[in-house]
Design a protein around this ligand. Structure first.
Ligand code: NAD
Ligand code: MG
Length: 371
C-alpha cells in the first residue's frame, strides 16, 4: 500500500485522481488532501477517504481545517506519504513540488508551472533529494511510456497539440475571441486556466519547456505538431530514426494512473479501451505560429533560459486571469506577455530567491501593461 497526497483535490486533475484511486484501493491509500477554497467538495472527499491530513489553503475564518499555503508543504512532506500528486494550478504549486522532492517522495506532476518557473531547481531537487518526478501531463506521460525500457537512444520528441478551439479560425476572429469561446475546448475538459492556455497555445510552450527539463533535450530537438483528434498523445524518435507513439482516447485518468505505477502497470477497467476504427482518421498539421504568438514567445523564453521561462509563466498567469475577468481581450494576452518578456533581462535561475524575484517582477510588470 502506497500513501498518496492529492494537492488540489477539488480541481479537474484532483477529482480524476480520486476517481482512479477509487478503483485501486488495494494498492494505494489517500493520506492527505488539500484544496484552494472549495470547502464543501473537500468535506465530501474527506468523508469518503478519511485522510490523515486535510488542509484548505483559502478557507477564511469560517474554516476549521488548517489553512494557508503551508498546508501544501505539510501534505507533501507527510511521513506516511509516498506519492504526491501535485494538481494545484499555477505558481502556487512550486514550493510543494520542491519540498516533496527534497523529502525523497515521488511527485506525480500535473502542475507544469512549477517545472517551467524553476526547472533547474526542481531537477536539482530530484537529484539531491532522491525522489522521482513523473509527469501527469498526457504528452509527457506518452513520452515516458515510449522511453521506458529504451533509455539512452532518444533523438527527438514530437509533442502533439489539439490546436485548441481556434485552430481553424481566421486571425481576426481569434483576436476577438470571448471567454466563453476560449473555454469551449474541442477534446479535453479541464480547469479554466489551462483551457485558456490551450486556446492561446501557451500551454504547448509550457509543455515544450516542461519536456526540455524532464528529458534533458535541447529545444531544437523538441518539435510540436497539431493533431486535432487528441489520439496520439506524443511521439519519440530514436537515433536510428524509428518513432514510437502512445495512443488512446483522450482521458487524463490513464496518465494519472501511470504516474502512480511507473514503470509498472496495473489493470484498470475504468478507462475506455481503444478502438482504431472508432478513432477514425488521424491527421497532423503545422502549428499556426503567426496567429498563436504566445507559443513562440514561450519557446523563445525557454531557449533564452535562466529566469526567462519564470517570467513567461508569471506574465501568462496574470494575462489569463485578466482575460477570464474580462479585463483583457484575447489578442492582448500575447501582447502583454511579449511586452513583459521584452522588458526582461534574464538572470540565472539557480536560487529560489532569483526565481521569486523574477516571478514578482513579471507580475508587477504585467499589471502595469494592463492598466
Ligand atoms: P483546476 O483549476 O480544475 O484545479 C486546481 C486545484 O488547485 C483546485 O483543487 C484548487 O482548489 C487548487 N488551487 C487553486 N489555487 C490554489 C492555491 N493558490 N493554493 C492551493 N491550491 C490551489 O485545474 P486543473 O485543470 O485540475 O489543473 C491543475 C494543474 O494540472 C495545472 O497545472 C494544469 O496545467 C495541469 N494539467 C491539467 C490537465 C487537465 O486535464 N485538467 C491536463 C494536464 C495538465
Ligand atoms: Mg498536456
Amino acid at each position: 500500500m502506497r500513501g498518496v497526497a492529492v494537492l488540489g483535490s477539488t480541481g479537474s486533475i484532483g477529482r480524476s485522481t480520486l476517481a482512479v484511486l477509487a478503483r485501486q484501493r488495494d494498492h494505494f491509500r489517500v493520506v492527505a488532501l488539500t484544496a484552494g477554497r472549495n470547502a464543501s467538495l473537500l468535506d465530501a472527499q474527506r468523508a469518503e477517504w478519511s485522510p490523515v491530513f486535510a488542509g484548505l489553503v483559502d478557507g477564511g475564518a469560517a474554516s476549521t481545517l488548517p489553512g494557508g499555503p503551508e498546508v501544501l508543504i505539510e501534505a507533501a512532506t507527510h511521513p506516511s506519504v509516498d506519492i504526491v500528486v501535485n494538481a494545484v494550478v499555477g505558481a502556487a504549486g512550486l514550493d510543494a513540488t520542491l519540498a516533496a522532492l527534497r523529502a525523497g517522495k515521488r511527485v506525480a506532476l500535473a502542475n507544469k508551472e512549477s517545472l517551467v518557473m524553476a526547472g533547474e531547481l526542481v531537477m536539482e531537487a530530484v537529484r539531491l533529494g532522491g525522489g522521482e518526478l513523473v509527469p501527469i501531463d498526457s504528452e509527457h506521460s506518452a513520452v515516458l511510456q515510449c522511453l521506458t525500457g529504451h533509455g539512452g537512444s532518444l533523438d527527438r520528441l514530437i509533442l502533439t497539440a489539439s490546436g485548441g478551439p481556434f485552430r481553424e479560425w481566421p486571425a481576426e476572429r481569434v483576436a476577438a475571441a470571448t471567454v466563453e469561446e476560449a473555454l469551449r475546448h474541442p477534446t479535453w475538459s479541464m480547469g479554466a486556466k489551462i483551457t485558456v492556455d490551450s486556446a492561446t497555445l501557451a500551454n504547448k510552450a509550457l509543455e515544450v519547456i516542461e519536456a526540455h527539463f524532464l528529458y534533458g533535450l535541447p529545444y531544437d530537438r523538441i518539435d510540436v505538431v497539431v493533431h486535432p483528434q487528441s489520439i496520439v498523445h506524443s511521439m519519440v524518435e530514436f537515433v536510428d530514426g524509428s518513432v514510437l507513439a502512445q495512443l488512446g482516447f483522450p482521458t487524463m485518468e490513464l496518465p494519472i494512473l501511470y504516474a502512480l505505477t511507473h514503470p509498472q502497470r496495473l489493470p484498470d477497467a475504468g478507462v475506455p479501451r481503444f478502438d482504431p476504427v472508432g478513432a477514425g482518421s488521424l491527421t497532423f498539421e503545422p502549428l499556426r505560429a503567426a496567429v498563436f504568438r504566445t507559443f513562440g514567445a514561450g519557446v523563445a523564453a525557454g531557449r533564452a533560459g535562466g529566469t526567462a521561462p519564470t517570467v513567461f509563466n508569471a506574465a501568462n498567469e496574470v494575462a489569463v486571469a485578466a482575460f477570464l475577468e474580462r479585463k483583457l481581450s484575447f489578442a492582448r494576452i500575447s501582447d502583454t506577455i511579449e511586452a513583459v518578456l521584452d522588458a526582461h533581462a534574464p538572470q540565472p535561475a539557480v536560487t529560489l530567491d532569483a526565481v521569486r524575484d523574477a516571478d514578482h517582477w513579471a507580475r508587477a510588470r504585467a499589471h502595469e501593461e494592463l492598466s
